[in-house]
Structure formats: C-alpha cells, structure tokens
Design a protein around this ligand. Structure first.
Ligand code: SF4
Length: 510
C-alpha cells in the first residue's frame, strides 16, 4: 500500500496522519510506503530552471541553495531579517514557477485562477486535466518509478487542508491514468469535515474508490485487508522512512498527537464542537512514554504536539517525565497554567512555546462563546508563562456574533496591556461553520454557490460586519504601537511552525 501527503502544506515536518496509518497497517500485517509529495513537490519546484528575469527572482534564484541550507542549519534564524529574506525569496520562486500553470503556490497555500477547491466539479476537473497542475512535472518524474517499486493495490491520499485539495485531485487523475487498476482511498481532516457536513454528497465516481471518515485506521486496515486495527492509544507514528533531514526547519521537527477531538469541546465558534467530534485521549502516562520514545529514536530539535488542546493531565505528566527534546503545542488557559511553579516545571521539561486561544478581551464575549475562561485568568496565565520563559503564541478572534465594536476595543486594550507577555499573535476574522450556521439565530447565507464550502456568511446582530471588523483591525488594532511590534514578529509564511525558533532571547530553541 502507498500513503501520500499531497501538496500544499508547510514543508517543515513529516505528515503525522499517514505516519500513524503506516503503524496501524503494519500491526495488521500490511507494509505501507509513505510519500510526502508535499515536501518533494515543493523542493522539486524550487529547483526549476530560470524563466523570469526580474531582479527579485534573479536574486532569489542565485541564493536558493544557500537559503535552504541556512534554514536547515539554523543560520537563517539568527535574525528575523535574515529569516524573512530567506523564506520570502524561496516563496517568490514558488510564486513565479507556478504562475504559467495559472496557479499560485506558496509555502502553505495554493490557489488556482480557474478552479476552486470548494466545488466538487472543479476537483473533478483538476483530476481530468492533471497536466495543468504545477506539480505535474514532479508527479510524472516521481510516481511511475515508485509505483513500479512498491506495486500498491491501494493508494491512500490524506487531505487535511483546503490548500491540498486541487493538487490531490490532479494527483488522483494522474494515478488513474498511470495505473487504472489501483484503488484510491481518500481521507483526512478536510474529507471528514465534508462528509460530516449535512447536505453534502461527495461523488467522485471513477476517481475515488473509498472515502474514509475520521481517523481512518479501522477503515483503511479493512480496505487493505489488514488484521484488526490497533487502538489510538497503541499507535506510535512511524517516521523511519521519512526524509527527516530535508524538511525546511533548523533540525528535525517530530509531530505527535496524543488525542483525537478536543478535551473542552464547547467553544461555540469551533468546527470541532459543531461537527460533534468525540474526544479520545491517549492516557497521559502512555503518551509521555511515546513522546520519549519518539525523541530517543529521531533526536528531534523540536517536538510538535498536535492536540487541539494538550490536556492538563498530559501537561502534568510531561512536567514530571520530560520528553527529552524542546516541545510546543496548543493549550487552553487552565488553573494549572496560572501557577508559577507549574509553568516553571513545564519550562524545565522542555516546553518552549504554548499556543493559546484567548480570542477576546471581553468577559461577556468569552462567556457567550462558551470559552470557559475569563480575561483575568488569561492575564495570569500570560504572566506566568512569560516569567517561566515560555513563549506565548496568542490567537484572537474578531467579528463573532457575540462581539460589538466596543468589545473589540476591549480586546485591543487587553492585548496592548499584555504586550510584554505575548511573543506572537494570530488575528482572525470569524467565519461561521456551516454546521453551526444551521442552528444559528442569525440570518445566514453562503459565501458562494460552491457545494463544499465549510463556512457561511451571517448578518451580525450589532451590524459589526466583516468590512467594519477588517477596517478596525487594519486602521486601529494593527497600528497600536505595542501590538504592531508583536505582529511584525510573526514568522512570515511558516507562522507557528517556525515561531519556537524565533522566540525572544532565552525562549527560542536554537
Ligand atoms: S478549545 Fe479549541 S478545539 Fe476545543 S472547542 Fe475550543 S476552539 Fe475548539
């Protein structure tokens, strides 16, 4: 069996989902080959011959080898300016090389002039005309030999992000022409969201033989003729065959997920909650053993915990039994993180950065969105993390149905008042999940006629519409002195994936 991670996502760490599936299949007696077509495809594109002569592109072409080496060696991370120049130059090349195909490739994103990934007709079209995809050259060079080598009867393709969908379908179209007898199974987070969206009927007849919903171990093992799939709690992802040293990161980043779903599951704006995904954690003691095992095996520069929110139980376990490598991940503001000693113990265990969804500086908004935290708890947590030397990557959400302009202003004040304790900021404008929109009291409508759109537009009860929110963010929030500095610190293109390497003095990994 062959498992493929299609382009485009950020090429800085191996794909955890298919590494987990590989282990599950092996336990059932089926050997799978793992192909990170995202990493290979982007590196292939970066080596394309020169075809445009503007000054920036020429400079970027002349430096591309050095930029890749500087990112991998960590030299590019010595200053934000050097880092930005390296990634922006490389990204310029992706942009220029993909343009003749009518597409726009960047680190972590993909768009097409002609096709939309949220229309099933366009996905089918991408499969019918794979030669129009900018990764076609890579597919043609790489896949015939690989198929000959591993003769798969089944190919599993995992799509997590919308930015992968069109390239995945171009890949499916190519594979169906190359090896018409091979069955294709399509799964991953995005496919699961589509399958769980009421009213959506995915029909890719002749292209996809099976659609896999949810984590996928059981269904894939059945399709591949493997024995009983192991439980999540018994799976350690297998990165043995991954080309770990080719990723664009200063050392190996090893991802691991200690749970499926979310331990909180109540935030009213969240697709996790709206889709009703169940929470399945790996017991904390076992998860801590697995991350130790991963660190002993692969000697990562950084361990990336992928959980929607690392549970307080696992945080406590990691503080007691450190993984053996620097680590980071998402957490909720909790009682534990308001204790200075606990935060210091986390730092001592290797925790270098925590991502926190603080969302709003207004307690009324936090309560209405069922966030389960208050602004004073968020404040104490930020101070404790800062004092412990753990970088805080804070997520804010504007324009929710519960927010007014006055409350957005309160978020601005909260952020400015805590600027000294916030290392990175992610500022988002609210999108209402389609699933939540159906239960909503607000008038909603589609953003477009596309059949696979996951978000809906809505009439804001206080008239605080997207246009006004964007104006507020651009003209006031982002121009507030203390906040502007934090926004500039965010690593361009790679965001949180590279942030632990760029955090302030004493907090960064290298
Ligand atoms: S904590 Fe995060 S993942 Fe969990 S429900 Fe809230 S927003 Fe969703």
């Amino acid at each position: 069996m062959l498992l493929i991670n299609p382009p485009v996502t950020r090429p800085c760490e191996p794909p955890a989902g298919i590494a987990r599936l590989k282990t599950a299949l092996a336990a059932g007696g089926v050997q799978a080959t793992m192909l990170d077509a995202n990493l290979e495809g982007l590196l292939h594109m970066l080596q394309a011959p020169a075809n445009v002569g503007d000054t920036w592109t020429k400079r970027a072409e002349g430096s591309r080898q050095r930029h890749c080496e500087d990112i991998r060696s960590g030299r590019a991370f010595r200053s934000h300016a050097a880092y930005s120049r390296a990634v922006r130059d490389l990204n310029r090349l992706l942009d220029v090389y993909s343009a003749p195909s009518g597409a726009r490739v960047s680190f972590g994103d993909y768009s097409s002039n002609a096709l939309e990934p949220i229309r099933s007709d366009d996905l089918v079209r991408a499969a019918e005309l794979p030669e129009r995809n900018p990764f076609y050259g890579y597919y043609r060079e790489r896949l015939p030999g690989l198929l000959e080598e591993c003769s798969p009867g089944l190919i599993g393709i995992s799509i997590t992000y919308l930015s992968q969908a069109l390239c995945a379908f171009a890949l499916i179209g190519f594979l169906k022409k190359l090896a018409p007898g091979v069955r294709i199974a399509l799964g991953g987070g995005l496919i699961t969201s589509w399958l769980r969206r009421p009213g959506v009927r995915l029909a890719f007849d002749g292209l996809v033989d099976a659609l896999v919903e949810g984590p996928g171990e059981e269904q894939l093992c059945r399709l591949a003729g493997a024995g009983q799939a192991p439980q999540l709690a018994d799976i350690v992802p297998d990165y043995e065959s991954a080309d770990l040293d080719r990723y664009l990161a200063p050392g190996r980043i090893i991802p691991y997920s200690a749970s499926q779903g979310c331990c909180w599951q109540q935030c009213a704006f969240c697709p996790e909650q709206a889709e009703g995904n169940a929470y399945h954690p790996v017991p904390a003691g076992q998860a801590a053993l697995y991350v130790r095992q991963l660190c002993d095996t692969y000697s990562p520069a950084l361990l990336h915990l992928l959980d929607n929110a690392i549970s307080p139980a696992l945080l406590g376990q990691l503080a007691q039994t450190p993984p053996g490598a620097p680590w980071y991940g998402f957490v909720r503001v909790s009682r534990e993180l308001q204790a200075p000693d606990f935060c210091r113990a986390l730092r001592a265990s290797g925790c270098v950065m925590l991502q926190l969804g603080i969302e709003s500086g207004s307690d009324r908004v936090l309560e209405a969105m069922h966030k389960g935290i208050s602004s004073s708890e968020a404040s104490t947590t930020l101070r404790c993390l800062h004092e412990a030397g753990i970088a805080a990557y804070v997520y804010l959400l504007f324009g929710t149905p519960w927010e007014t302009e006055r409350e957005a202003q309160m978020t601005l004040h909260f952020t400015a008042a805590h600027a000294a304790y916030i290392d990175f900021l992610n500022v988002a404008v609210f999108n209402m999940p389609v699933v939540a929109a159906q239960d909503s009291l607000h008038a909603t409508r589609s953003f477009s006629e596309a059949d696979l759109s996951l978000y809906a537009d809505f009439d804001h009860p206080a008239g605080w519409d997207r246009k006004s929110v964007r104006r507020f963010l651009d003209q006031r929030f982002k121009r507030t002195g203390a906040i502007a500095g934090i926004i500039r610190s965010k690593p361009p293109l790679f965001g949180s994936n590279h942030a632990p390497f760029l955090a302030g003095k004493g907090r960064q990994v290298v």
